[in-house]
Design a binder for this molecule. Sequence first.
Ligand code: WTA
Length: 571
Amino acid sequence: MSESVLKAKSNQHNLVNYEETYQNFNWEEAKKAFSWNDTGKVNIAYEAVDRHAENPDKKDQVALHYVALDRKESLTFEQLSLKSNQFANVLKSQGIEKGDRVFLFMPRSPEFYASFFGVLKVGAIAGPLFEAFMEQAVQDRLEDSEAKMLITTPELLSRVPVKELPNLEKVVLVGEAKDISNGYVDYHKEMDQASDQFNIEWVDLEDGMLIHYTSGSTGKPKGVYHVHNAMVQHYQTGKWVLDLQEGDVYWCTADPGWVTGTSYGIFAPWLNGVTNVVVGGRFTPEAWYGALDDYNVSVWYSAPTAFRKLMSIGEETVKQFDLSSVRHILSVGEPLNPKVIYWGKKAFELRIHDTWWMTETGAQLICNYPSMDIRPGSMGKPIPGVVASIVDDQGEELPPNQMGNLAIKAGWPSMMRAIYKRPEKYESYFLNGWYVSGDSAYRDEDGYFWFQGRLDDVINTSGERVGPFEVESKLIEHEAVSEAGVIGKPDPERGEIIKAFIALNEGYEESDELLEDIRQYVKTGFAAHAAPREIEVTEAIPKTRSGKIMRRLLKSRELGLPEGDTSTLEE
Ligand code: WTA
């Protein structure tokens, strides 16, 4: 355990006394901050956008600064409200109703944010998809959710197997759309004709709002279903953990195809009424430091992979930019190495605050706060209103310093309400009143939580969650591959990389060309970020007698570790 501590900051933040707040806080009280507490009329899009647009002091404040290589644009809260009204009218005219699933598959752009809120304003359920997804990944998600509409770009349309998707009635194309025929809708043309006034659909706090697909270790991706009530926690963690304050300029680097890009790239900042920066395009150190400098970002939320990348490029690059506006830095998605925290302290003269949560949890649960001494390597402590513990496989709590399942007392506001259409999957997360995360961790005597690893085979590559089963399924569709087992292999920069073990079909010989062809097959057929960086050909993939791939064994062999219990191994 690390002896070192980075001391808490001054009193200039939103959670001055953590211990006291933790003792006294309850979520019912927190709900009083919302306008619906008086009116009974609820919609997260109203709280995040329209409420500010109606406020004479706020409406002209920039809500969104968007910057990409070839485009730079800003929208005020009023403009974002009007544009999302227009899109809500387009959706209505195309027959979209409350509860329909509308998916968004496009790069970050002002149109993305206008359509996203348009979807919420009609009471439909938004499903953002990461733009790196290829045909199979897109099909699986649209099929499972029975999406009625997809909003995409003409460039990405080729990855949408429209004919295979009987429930998909409409495709909205954002961009130069040729051949607008039956079922296709030209975004810009419809927007031009749509009114910018819209009567928002008031919904129930427990009505559906968002579906994010995420990977487990087995089976197809899971549709994690979130409701409007999540806003209570998005708002509150935005205050306490992101420490958002009036006048802040905030930047979350995550794509809205992942939960961080919605909960903290959209909701937390806008519920708190701060200016939000969105950077499109690929990561380069110059573009990133440039964005912090150009927009005078004050609060910056990113991920260990990005910080490691910046660290490897060195402090000299940092010095070429004026980053004096930045006052608070946070991280999520993977373990944050102490080395990175110490580097951040040197390079930015700030602490990097680790935060822990998951797609299923909807919002942050265990965090380092400005008011807290940081123990580098620890994820921090639960936010007020959240009870966290370490439990064994029976759901019994374990004493300090003992490793086990990281678990949360069920019932925080932003918790998923379902795995779409799979109630048994949803139930499997809960044990003895605890939500069991699947992460292993321990808690020290002072209540700090320390992440140890995943208890299942889920891979975390550059903070992106990849299910081995999906990659294996794609691999064995390749004509040369008879069997495949996929693991996460530790990597200094990406946390883990994807490594595939494959057995070849009769008549195929191992060669560099073949392996590259197989890699490309996954990359172009499934998703670029899920393509194995390493492929190794073996005679056979170890399996249990019941036919389950023993990924644990593949991993310990790869790492030269003891093989552990192999009693279930097939002869
Ligand atoms: C991992 C991302 C270590 C963890 C918000 C979790 C972390 C999974 C941390 C969820 C952290 C997330 N330290 N590991 N601070 N934060 N993880 O659903 O294994 O994409 O279960 O949600 O990422 O990934 P997901």
